[in-house]
Design a protein around this ligand. Structure first.
Ligand code: ADP
Ligand code: SF4
Length: 688
């Protein structure tokens, strides 16, 4: 299809110092959990982005020195010449598709625990090592340390050029880099020419920019990544105050301004807390203060919103991390007028959880993310069918939808049968809850694709029984029948049913999502620890009920530290007036009160409760699988070669895991059974 002429402006080239970006799509730096430990995986992932049409593809932050060791997090590394070859893989993969390669040089200062290098952390002034409870402190830098740091940075810039990069970043954002720590008055208590006035605090950033330009500026563009606002009022940098002044002071020194919010929780706010384009009010001043191109982010997935950013003079380049993860081919799809095919990011931050758990990146919407090298998966190129199989997929939740989509794309005949009138399973149910409407994109993208496939038939309100499966005539049956929330309280803290949870006043999230009302006061018991418990508490509180959230964990929605949401979630509940009881297990419900036990001391207390919502664990809906599994002769007689139970009906997990399971089945269903590791690994070198 031809490109919509309204989007032409997104494809105008733009000069960035000595290099030219072929369009306005800029994949800004983002972590990926592969970095220096899995360089081939990392390079292949960036290569796919370049192939998808991004004019610039950046690395994540790249440590420039052993005193900036952020282990156990896995970032890029450029400590010495030994790291150049691994980064060369990245720039080569990006160049192969005609994009510019950018590298973000970083020294994390007091955000480096140095657990691997055992170097002493450095900072503008003595301070605790931040970002964790590491029992160590950073020392204040001497003038000699500052000179050494500038030298390391210059050396890293020279190595970056040698590694093939076209754009080299000086990094002063996210509260994660020394250049930013020097800017922040609360972290910089120096009394020399690097501390005190803003002119002094900006000195180091200016020197880094000047020295980087002097070292490599003839060949490479020098970008600055700067957080114009920290969203902490006068205690931090504010876009109406020092943020603006810093941009004004350095105005045309860098070749490119990449501007955003700090810290990372603000920059990568989830859809639950921030809409598309949420950074505009903070960054829109920048273009009025510099003549250099400006890139910014805001979880942009709509081409119209992108065009508007450029036309209204807010940004010159559309920066994206998450939208490029969910759909590496986003620019290509806009270019070829395939807007409906864009796989829009849902803003869930599962991608971030890879970095924060030191494992390769994954994405709810894009199951191929992180699998480009180790499994050879490509987000758009799918192997065609390899045989005469036909498929009956039962259940149209995220697992079934993705499975049917990919089998359909491969060219197989597929019937997708769903018991409910509505498709989408858990994503449809959950997207009706406060803040989770974007979850519906998981369903909508797949339905949009399925509706275009003549070889896929979708049957709604079709609850399928074993007898019908045997009669249906498909050669392969995929059970994607999902899971339901348990009512008995069994999860982590309670391995046996909780006394009294068989009473009428105990509700499940499924019942609430189906419209059942809870009486007040209500206790939400969260032994699941991801987002749902707090979302249910929020929903009930907004309906006017007295709500107490009880959790055996030490904080609400404990796992959401990995999606950068935990603080916001707990803060929101407190502000809404939800009472929070942490480190408490529920041991009994008598119909009007719950009996609690402290998880440390066992000391008992109790709370009034007309109802309890058990957000505990889920039970797989595996009845069909068990029934069919007990009839091997009948399956053989029906010509059914395999029955697979996948996604939540095998073992409940995240939506991302459900999509991955559906995708994986469609690619690998005919693989021979094997004990082999199911992907390529990057083994540690055992020779020098
Ligand atoms: P997953 O996350 O694995 O996709 P979900 O619970 O979201 O699981 O979706 C499972 C879907 O399967 C639900 O929409 C449910 O209605 C449907 N389903 C369950 N049993 C049957 C059945 N026997 N026939 C057809 N659909 C079914
Ligand atoms: Fe977007 Fe979620 Fe994918 Fe991250 S994991 S890119 S937030 S859909």
């Amino acid at each position: 299809m031809p490109r919509d002429p309204r989007h032409d402006i997104l494809f105008e080239p733009i000069r960035i110092g000595p290099v030219v970006a072929k369009n306005r799509f800029f994949q800004v730096p983002h972590c990926n959990g592969m970095g220096h430990t899995k360089p081939r995986g990392h390079a292949a992932m960036r290569g796919v982005k370049a192939e998808g049409g991004w004019a610039v593809v950046s690395t994540e932050e790249v440590e420039i020195h052993a005193s900036s060791d952020v282990s156990p997090h896995v970032e890029g590394r450029l400590w010495d010449d030994g790291d150049v070859a691994a980064l060369r893989l990245v720039s080569d993969a990006v160049h192969e598709h005609g994009a510019l390669a950018a590298i973000e040089l970083a020294h994390n200062g007091m955000h480096s625990s140095n657990l691997y290098s055992r170097e002493v952390a450095i900072a503008p002034s003595p301070i605790c090592v931040l970002g964790s409870y590491t029992p160590a402190q950073a020392r204040g830098m001497t003038k000699a340390d500052i000179r050494a740091y500038r030298r390391w940075h210059r050396d890293a810039a020279l190595r970056s050029r040698r590694a093939g990069f076209d754009i080299v970043y000086v990094y002063a954002a996210h509260e994660l880099s020394l250049a930013m720590h020097f800017l922040q008055a609360r972290h910089n208590q120096r009394t020399d020419e690097y501390g005190g006035s803003l002119v002094n605090r900006v000195r180091l950033l200016r020197e880094l920019l000047e020295e980087t330009k002097e070292a490599i500026g003839g060949d490479c563009a020098v970008a600055v990544r700067f957080a114009v606002d920290e969203l902490r009022g006068q205690d931090g940098i504010e876009s109406g105050g020092e943020g603006r002044e810093v941009v004004a002071m350095l105005a045309d020194l860098p070749d490119l301004w990449d501007v955003n919010l700090s810290d990372w929780t603000n920059d990568s706010a989830t859809s639950r807390f921030a809409p598309e384009g949420y950074q505009e009010e903070f960054v829109r001043f920048v273009k009025g203060v510099t003549r250099k191109p400006v890139v910014g982010v805001g979880r942009f997935t709509s081409p119209d919103a992108m065009v508007s950013q450029i036309r209204r003079g807010v940004l010159d380049l559309i920066g994206a991390a998450r939208p490029s993860i969910a759909d590496p081919f986003l620019p290509h799809k806009i270019d070829s007028g395939e807007i409906d095919d864009i796989r829009e990011c849902i803003g869930c931050n599962i991608c971030v959880s890879g970095d924060l758990t030191s494992t390769p990146i994954r994405c709810t919407q894009n199951p191929t993310m992180g699998e480009e090298w180790r499994k050879g998966w490509h987000p758009e190129k799918i192997p065609p069918r390899s045989g005469e199989d036909s498929f009956l997929v039962i259940g149209a939740g995220p697992t079934g939808l993705e499975c049917a989509r990919l089998l359909g794309r491969r060219g197989y005949p597929v019937t997708l049968a769903e018991a409910e009138a509505q498709l989408g399973g858990r994503v449809t149910r959950e997207s009706s809850l406060p803040g989770l409407s974007a979850w519906a994109r998981v369903r909508d993208y797949r339905l949009q694709q399925l509706n275009k496939m003549p070889n896929v038939e979708i049957l709604r309100t079709s609850r399928v029984a074993a007898a019908q499966i045997l009669e249906f005539g498909a050669t392969r049956v995929v059970l994607a029948t999902g899971a339901r929330w348990r009512r008995d309280g069994i999860a982590r803290a309670n391995l046996r049913p909780i006394a009294g949870f068989d009473r009428a006043g105990v509700l499940t999230p499924d019942e609430l999502m189906a419209g059942m009302r809870a009486p007040s006061p209500v206790v939400v018991f969260d032994d699941d620890h991801f987002y749902l418990g707090a979302v249910i508490a929020e929903k009930l509180r907004r309906e006017g009920l007295d709500v107490v959230l009880v959790t055996p964990a030490e904080r609400v929605s404990a796992w959401t530290v990995h999606t950068l949401e935990q603080r916001r979630i707990q803060q929101q509940l407190l502000e809404l007036g939800v009472r929070i009881e942490t480190n408490r297990n529920i041991v009994e419900f008598d119909g009007s009160r719950v009996r609690l036990e402290c998880t440390y001391t066992g000391r008992e207390s109790s709370l009034a409760a007309a109802a309890v919502v058990a957000v505990t664990s889920r039970q797989s809906d595996d009845a069909l699988g068990l029934e069919l599994g007990s009839q091997p002769e009948a399956l053989a007689a029906a010509g059914i070669a395999s029955v697979a139970c996948i996604g939540d009906c095998l073992a409940p997990s995240t939506i991302a895991a459900a999509v991955y399971a559906g995708h994986r089945y469609a690619r690998e269903f005919d693989w021979p059974q094997s004990d082999a590791v199911p992907f390529r690994r990057e083994l540690a070198r055992t020779t020098d």
